[in-house]
Design a binder for this molecule. Structure first.
Ligand code: ADP
Ligand code: MG
Length: 697
């Protein structure tokens, strides 16, 4: 095998390749366009397209596609081959500048939340030159944004790019106030840790629930799950090790710096962490990671489950979104500095995030909301649905001291003045990791742990960027207008700590006591997606997104509708799947077993009239009671499902699904799992939890 440095990025049309393959002038023009985020001039586009095509063909590609992120949450691609007919009946390989820059996929099958009905029927994709083209499975993929002809965003990338601009703009204003004239751009950086389950494909193919919904809808708790904590960081099974190795190589070829990998808490659960990079690239990369994870698993006879809660009673999967702000000169703005001067700036950025998170708990909660993640948040080993922030005891104490202007570890009172005077030394390595916090400061970045494993990280980061931009804007407005910068800085920081410290919580977020305390503190608790989503379109949020040019009112309402619709569809599909399994497999299996027990009872009775048949009869009674109950609930589920279509208002429908359908599903599952518990394995129609969770050996 070639060395890693040879492999790394070998399938990416990156800067090195561009420099090698493009005429100097074209290269310069392209770099300029990339830096400014503009569209390419046609003559430049033509040259770039041609070089891209030649490079891709040399690498074995035959097709190209505009690769984009519609609101479905997965990426979309429509492959076209490079082949073009010539007059003499032959073909040539062609790829024009026009094809590179703009595509017109048939947009009608992507969710638009009513946007296309009111505006244009068609949408178009446009190259996002800040993200490099790459080759995946023989196809040249060009990362693009996806918009309607009226310019409304139909994808997840456009608002993310807009939010990155917003936060850069406001952060620069703050840096200028601190006398920094060098920095020209502030980037948000992201490292997304991806959790997943790996199971054998044969087992997977026998479970309709896994195949149709990505999670098990039935399944009794196995005798052993994760109580011994023997899987976390445990040694890797050979098959898993080989999988991770191949996965790494595939990702490296695509320029993705997959770095750490280990087992997670649950059996069959693993994690992959890349090295962080700019937010939009990290978002593209995470989509590719999920895609490649599934493909490599399939090739190796396994199935990679990305659902947030594939199994009840064992840990679910999240996606830890590590996020920070960094200047184009390479300074991490959330890293405590070595001088008091730097620390004042650090403190201001820290306070901006504290305020942003407290003020916009609703939006952060929404950014992690989905039908799948509803099964995980608040369940074992997952952050609760309440947003709070972990800062560690030391930093919290410093903030408290600053708020009160009091002493901290022997530092004189006047020294606690903020500004370019002496500030206490900030703890640099915040090793005191709290794994139960939804939003934790980990030394030089924040780790947002609520997003689900299956989600695009685009929305969480778009929200993080936007709410931070908004507070930075408010801070910059105040500081720019101040006569005395230090005095204003002081009061700004103090006020922020005082007004927003309720969001800081360093204790165990998994407990009931915390939920009670959070309520007392006035923190929002939005347990389910239908609880959270209506907050999205509150007037203050419409204004917030409009102010920073992230969403127009129409765009925001369309997102709201799409998210709500998605929730409804997912729950509806799960309910249908559950019902089908009940009718086609579970009920018949129960009846077969009941027949077997009753035949046993009868034959025993006739063979040995005096025999004690109490246990058999007891089992028969138990089983037939369960079956009767199961039948009754499945009938109820069936009629409740048929009533879904009567709900014409989307939010009402979502609440109905949550309050009626999910309750039916839960009840049905309890009975099915009780039957599974007393049924012999040969009668139960599906591989059980042990078969699945311990299928990769
Ligand atoms: P953990 O203990 O959670 O695994 P790590 O320090 O290994 O912590 O980091 C986890 C993730 O955070 C990695 O993906 C890493 O690249 C990312 N990360 C580190 N620094 C930053 C940063 N400044 N901005 C964004 N992500 C970062
Ligand atoms: Mg982590």
């Amino acid at each position: 095998m070639s060395s890693i440095s040879e492999i790394f990025g070998s399938l990416v049309f990156n800067d090195r390749v561009m420099r090698e393959r493009l005429p100097k002038e074209t290269y310069k023009a392209l770099r300029k366009t990339m830096a400014e985020g503009r569209t390419l001039k046609p003559e430049v586009a033509g040259v770039v397209a041609n070089a891209m095509k030649d490079w891709a063909i040399e690498k074995g590609a035959t097709h190209f596609t505009h690769w984009f992120q519609p609101m479905t949450g997965i990426t979309a691609e429509k492959h076209d081959s490079f082949i073009s007919p010539t007059a003499d009946g032959n073909v040539i390989m062609e790829f024009s500048g026009k094809e590179l820059v703009k595509g017109e996929p048939d947009a009608s099958s992507f969710p638009s939340g009513g946007l296309r009905a009111t505006f244009e029927a068609r949408g178009y994709t446009a190259w996002d030159p800040t993200s490099y083209a790459f080759i995946k499975e023989g196809t040249l993929c060009i990362p693009t944004v996806f918009c309607s002809y009226g310019g409304e965003a139909l994808d997840k990338k456009t608002p993310l790019l807009r939010s990155m601009e917003a936060v850069s703009h406001q952060a620069l204003r703050i840096l200028r106030l601190f006398g920094n004239t060098q920095v020209r751009h502030v980037n948000t950086t992201v490292g997304a840790e991806q959790e997943y389950f790996l199971i054998d494909r044969e087992v997977y193919l026998k479970r309709k629930d896994l195949m149709f919904t990505g999670r098990t809808l039935y399944g009794m708790r196995p005798p052993k799950t994760q109580e011994l904590d023997d899987h976390y960081f445990g040694s890797l099974k050979t098959r898993v090790q080989q999988y991770m190795k191949e996965l790494n190589v595939e990702l490296w070829k695509l320029g993705i710096m997959s770095k750490t990998e280990h087992n997670e808490a649950a059996p069959a659960q693993h994690e992959l962490a890349p090295i962080y990079c700019d937010t939009n690239i990290a978002t593209d990369h995470n989509q590719i990671v999920m895609d490649v994870m599934k493909k490599v698993a399939e090739r190796r006879g396994m199935e990679c489950l990305l659902h947030e809660k594939p199994f009840a009673s064992v840990s679910g999967s999240g996606k830890h979104n590590n996020w920070s702000l960094s200047t184009d000169t390479g300074v991490n703005l959330l890293e405590p500095g070595s001088s008091p001067y730097e620390n004042a700036q650090f403190l201001l950025f820290l306070c901006a995030v504290i305020k942003a998170v407290d003020q916009h708990q609703d939006l952060l909660r929404i950014s992690a909301s989905s039908a799948g993640n509803d099964n995980r948040l608040g369940a074992a080993e997952a952050p609760p649905a309440v947003i709070s922030m972990f800062l560690g005891t030391e930093l919290t104490e410093i903030l408290e001291a600053l708020e009160q202007g009091s002493n901290y570890e022997g530092i004189e009172k006047q020294d606690m003045e903020i500004g370019v005077h002496t500030l206490p030394k900030f703890p640099r390595d915040n090793t005191d990791r709290n794994r139960t916090s939804p939003f934790a400061f980990t030394g030089n970045k924040f780790e947002f742990r609520m997003p689900g494993s299956n989600m695009s990280i685009s929305c969480p980061n778009m929200i993080l960027n936007t709410i931070t931009a908004d507070v930075l804007m408010e801070f910059a407005d105040k500081l720019e207008a101040a006569d005395d910068f230090n005095a204003e800085l002081n009061s700004l920081i103090r006020e922020t700590i005082k007004n927003h410290k309720r969001i800081i919580f360093n204790g165990n977020g998994y407990t009931e006591e915390w939920l009670a305390e959070a309520k007392e503190r006035g923190l929002l608790n939005l347990p389910t997606t239908p609880d959270a989503l209506p907050y999205f379109i509150r007037e203050e949020n419409v204004e917030l997104f409009a102010k920073h040019h992230i969403f127009t009112r129409t765009e925001l309402f369309s997102r709201y509708e799409i998210l709500l619709e998605n929730y409804c569809k997912v729950v509806h599909i799960e309910a249908n799947t559950m019902l089908e399994m009940a009718k086609k497999d579970i009920m018949p299996a129960a009846m077969k077993y009941i027949k077997f027990i009753s035949e046993t009872v009868n034959s025993l009775k006739s063979a040995i009239p005096s025999a004690a048949i109490a246990p058999e009869v007891e089992l028969l009674e138990k089983m037939s009671n369960f079956a009767a109950e199961f039948y009754k609930i499945s009938k109820k589920l069936e009629s409740d499902i048929s009533a879904i279509k009567e709900k014409s208002v989307l939010l009402e429908k979502a609440c109905y699904l949550r309050d009626v359908i999910i309750k039916d599903m839960d009840a049905l599952r309890v009975i099915a799992d009780s039957m599974e518990e007393i049924m012999p394995k040969e009668y139960y129609p599906y591989p059980n939890y042990s078969d699945i969770l311990f299928s990769v050996i």
